[in-house]
Design a protein around this ligand. Structure first.
Ligand code: NPW
Ligand code: K
Length: 474
């Protein structure tokens, strides 16, 4: 099933390409007019009428600003424009500027401070470097800021902040959100977020080779329960467990069971007694791993939570040799950090930023590209965990998940996540889709789990999260 167009996140460059391809059907001037109208309308809806100052840059972002100023004036708001630089003559932005007949004031901190509301139309998709000090000081002087397309200073492709960017109360973008609207630190600067349809032919999105999506149900489909479902069709998740940190494997097992696996088994060898006192529905094996692998129904294995690197060294190569679908985390990533080649053959890894950095080096400001590159390097799906988790596949696909709560940043929460992803894999989903779905379910459980949940609290909400994901994805 193709991934839905409605979840695509084009980069600013891809949006520029879209505008060029759409030109014959809809000229830029028309799009600019609709964009400015959408901004004026959003401001009318979000704020009571007040004195507005629109800060306009020299490009089309500024052009949108002049149009918004004109419509706001028509709607009865007192509006002035302050231009950082005039648009290039004969450009669409210059034409939009000429149509604004209201007052012009200097581009200065004093004017910005006097306005009740400042509209940031300085730079958008065309931001190419950190804004200079005069731009930063004017934006800093503003009391309340509405950004057109992107707050000035945020890289729309990466969410990185070049120098500085204002904390906005509202950001209005067009056509589709960009990766920078979903990725921290930029995404924290947007305030309320509106994506306006400006009538650009959406079919063009299919021609651009966009490989980044917003992680939402519909991007993937979790198998529902049917009258024919039985334990093994729902799937078996197997987890390697060690002696020193049994809690981590137990949390993974609980997450796998709560998200709907038919059967969850812990392979603990001589440490089996430590697990037998736990949940009664959990099967604990004490046999040799090689013998357990004789059971062909046990395709999905989680390796790493609660394991020391030595324990990983004793188990992971055996799982890979047996051609199992392996999800590697925690101890497996520590073992892999000594030599990332060791992880070749695993289906997916779920590192947080620290683990990612040890494996592949610090990701820098462009975490999206870093996650993609890492996935290519080890030929496995990389789930780069954080407040904005990135799920990257070796073929270049990447999803950005902002469906989460800071409450998920608690010990053991990552172990629950591996369990949930394990269940999605055991249900037969392809690896990237399973990882995306697992991250979303985990986020949904976090959002439902109330204030200050601990990892164990997530389990009670995973079933409802799965039902919701199935319904939304239909
Ligand atoms: N389909 C859509 O989504 C539509 C989008 N539309 C709108 O178009 C906007 C994109 O317009 P755009 O391409 O003209 O880029 P924009 O951001 O105005 O800036 C470019 C100028 O700024 C300059 N410059 C850059 N950084 C700088 C810096 N730090 N300091 C100083 N200068 C700097 C840069 O100079 P250069 O880098 O070439 O030296 C160039 O002159 C988009 O955000 C949206 O609002 C609608 O109008 C139509 C439909
Ligand atoms: K802007």
């Amino acid at each position: 099933m193709p991934h839905p167009r409605s979840l695509l996140l084009p980069t600013p460059a891809q949006c520029g390409e879209m505008d060029r391809l759409a030109y014959k059907a809809v000229p830029i001037a028309t799009l600019m007019d609709r964009a400015g109208w959408a901004v004026a309308r959003a401001i009318r809806l979000h704020f009571t009428p007040c004195r507005v100052l629109v800060l306009c840059g020299p490009g089309n972002n500024g052009g949108d600003g002049y149009v918004a100023a004109r419509y706001l004036a028509q709607m009865g708001s007192p509006v002035a424009v302050a231009a950082l630089a005039e648009p290039r003559s004969d450009s669409d932005a210059a034409k939009a500027a000429a149509l604004f007949k209201g007052p012009r004031v200097p581009f200065s901190p004093k004017e910005a401070a006097r306005a009740d509301l400042v509209v940031d139309a300085i730079f958008g998709a065309g931001l190419s470097r950190a804004p200079e000090e005069n731009v930063v000081s004017v934006l800093k002087a503003a009391q309340r800021v509405v950004a057109i397309d992107m707050p000035t200073g945020i890289d729309g492709a990466t969410g990185a902040i070049l120098g500085d960017a204002p904390d906005c109360e509202l950001t209005v973008t067009f056509v589709r959100p960009k990766p920078g609207h979903k990725l921290l630190p930029g995404s924290a600067k947007l305030g309320d977020f509106v994506c306006a349809d400006i009538g650009e032919p959406q079919g063009i999105l299919d021609q651009l080779g966009i490989q980044t999506w917003h992680n939402e149900p519909g991007l993937w489909h979790i198998p529902p329960m049917t009258p024919e479902s039985y334990k093994y069709s729902r799937g078996v998740v197997s987890i390697c467990a060690g002696g020193s940190m049994p809690g981590a494997a137990r949390l993974s097992a609980a997450g796998a069971r709560a998200s709907g696996a038919g059967l969850v088994r812990i392979s603990a060898g001589e440490n089996a007694p430590a697990f037998r006192l736990g949940a009664p529905g959990l099967i604990v094996d004490d046999g040799e791993l090689a013998n357990l692998l004789q059971d062909e129904r046990r395709k999905i294995w989680i390796c790493g939570p609660g394991l020391t690197p030595d324990e990983v060294a004793e188990t992971l190569p055996i799982l890979l040799k047996a051609e199992r679908i392996v999800l590697a985390d925690a101890g497996a990533l520590t073992w892999g950090a000594e030599n990332p080649e060791r992880l070749k053959g695993v289906a997916a890894i779920t590192p947080h930023i620290g683990e990612f950095s040890r494996l592949f080096g610090k990701p820098g400001e462009d975490r999206l590209s870093a996650a993609r590159e890492a996935a290519r390097k080890i030929n496995a799906v990389v789930v780069m965990k954080g407040a904005d988790t990135i799920i990257a596949a070796p073929d270049g696909r990447a999803a950005i998940n902002d469906h989460a709560s800071p409450a998920l940043a608690t010990a053991g929460s990552g172990d629950t996540l591996t369990g949930v992803i394990g269940t999605m894999l055991a249900a037969g989903m392809p690896v990237w889709e399973a990882c995306c779905a697992g991250v979303w379910l985990h986020g949904e459980a976090g959002l439902r789990a109330g204030d200050w949940p601990i990892a164990e609290d997530l389990d009670a909400h995973l079933g409802a999260a799965r039902t919701k994901a199935i319904e939304l994805g239909l």
